[in-house]
Design a protein. Structure first.
Length: 454
């Protein structure tokens, strides 16, 4: 049986429990080889790509006419594009949620940290027999063993044990070891980590693998790419400081992001693995200004493109609600990896929708956000309405231009039903923050802890 038949077989899937609580401790290393629910020959490869600080509107297939993304546009044309995928408003919160399947209200501590007692999709797929690799941007803990601790066999990362430049002449950590300025001089960070992912796929082509690629691009500073007129690969600065060349190169960075994704796809083609590989692309939050850090569609509604030739239907657009907590159970169901009930996750699998089936679509998504882990704000959102914890109620039929609704005037009908449903979601999840803080046992310590920069 070819691996792509994983979509056609019946597996036990993921155990989904939507309840309060705090995550149990991670799997022990000696348990990592047990737990697969599906024979290895039926397990797909998985490549999950998450760009940094790139809003929905900057992708060609989402309507952009000013930025070129031919690779992503082709993946959407030959795969399925989702229009309503929701992240958290900034970097670390999105990383914590997508990797654990749990809403931030329950397990987010502070910026730049994934608590070491958390269980990730890296753990669960490794336990199901996958070779696992993470490349790109880490920002989840500076311990040397942090990526391996969270379930990744190999890693090539920026912002792991330190935070030097990320683009020209980058400072990276490869499997926890810091690169020297001599090793990366004249090179471009996104190229190095992408090449590492390609080498990992080639090395593990005969077994199921997971490549998780939280990208370095397209986060500021908006420096020249190797394809930009201002690129100067010989420039160096003291102690590996990033090359400083003037100009706004954001559009070039988007195109280069698309180019390195193309390199991954080409490698899968070269290895004859495309039909056995689930390729997912999304972004962690919106871009600058009215996007990044904002609890609106500019900040939280992200592009989401899926591709697996012969399995994911081509040329489809799906309007189901997806949020970042849903990725863990989806990857696990595809891989035949069990999600233990003790993890008490908040996500639900959208694997059926990837196959072109109806599945079990969400009626709502929930977002709780606090950059530094203190007092947060939240909202619950459906397709047409959004309710904030502040009481603000909006019609989000056009989510990028919402219309405020005066709640005292909402007496009956569709809006009243939506208001009641969304209020029920907030009433269910918002109180869990106090319980989570009590479990952390460090509210005051958290408040005094120095913040990492964005």
């Amino acid at each position: 049986m070819r691996r792509r038949d994983f979509f056609r077989t019946t597996g036990m899937g993921a155990a989904l429990v939507l309840a309060g609580g705090v995550l149990s401790s991670a799997f022990a290393e000696d348990d990592a080889k047990k737990g697969t629910l599906r024979p290895a020959g039926e397990q797909p490869n998985i490549v999950l790509i998450m760009a940094d600080d790139l809003g929905y509107q900057y992708i060609g297939c989402n309507g952009s006419t000013t930025h070129k993304t031919p690779v992503l546009d082709k993946l959407a044309e030959t795969g399925t594009r989702f229009e309503y995928c929701f992240s958290q408003p900034i970097c670390t919160p999105s990383r914590v949620q997508i990797m654990t399947g749990i809403y931030n209200v329950r397990n987010y501590v502070r910026f730049g940290l994934l608590p070491r007692n958390e269980t990730t999709f890296g753990h669960l797929l490794k336990r199901a027999g996958y070779a696992t690799c993470v490349v790109g941007k880490w920002q989840l803990g500076r311990e040397k063993d942090s990526p391996k601790h969270f379930g990744f066999d190999e890693s090539c990362l920026w912002q792991h044990t330190r935070r030097p430049g990320r683009y020209a002449n980058p400072g990276l950590e490869i499997n926890g070891e810091e690169t020297s300025p001599e090793e990366t001089r004249g090179k471009y960070g996104p190229d190095i980590v992408t090449d590492y992912a390609c080498e990992f796929m080639e090395k593990n082509k005969d077994k199921p693998f997971l490549v998780y690629y939280p990208m370095i691009l397209t986060h500021a500073p908006y420096d020249p790419t190797p394809d930009s007129p201002g690129w100067n690969p010989t420039g160096t600065g003291p102690k590996g400081k990033r090359l400083k060349v003037g100009g706004n190169n954001f559009s070039d960075m988007i195109t280069y992001m698309d180019k390195v994704i193309g390199k991954l796809v080409a490698k899968l083609d070269e290895l004859a693995l495309r039909e056995n590989t689930l390729v997912l692309f999304t972004t962690d939050n919106g871009t600058g200004g009215k996007g990044k850090g904002q609890m609106n569609d500019h900040g939280t509604r992200e592009p989401f493109i899926t591709n697996c030739p012969g399995t994911i239907p081509a040329g489809r657009v799906n309007r189901d609600l997806i949020d970042f907590s849903d990725f863990l159970p989806t990857l696990c169901e595809a891989a035949g990896a069990e999600v233990p009930e003790a993890l008490d996750i908040d996500g639900r699998s959208f694997l059926p929708q990837l196959k072109g089936e109806q599945g079990d679509p969400r009626d709502w998504i929930y977002c709780w956000y606090s950059r530094n882990g203190g007092t947060g704000a939240s909202f619950a959102r459906g397709h047409k309405y959004r309710l904030y914890s502040s009481g603000k109620f909006e019609d989000v039929t056009d989510g990028f231009q919402p219309k405020a609704i005066d709640t005292p005037t909402v007496k009956e009908g569709e809006a009243a039903d939506a208001l009641a449903m969304l209020k029920g979601v907030l009433d269910r999840y918002d109180p869990l923050r106090a319980k989570a803080l009590a479990s952390f046992g460090q509210r005051e310590k958290m408040a005094k802890k120095p913040n990492a920069s964005k």
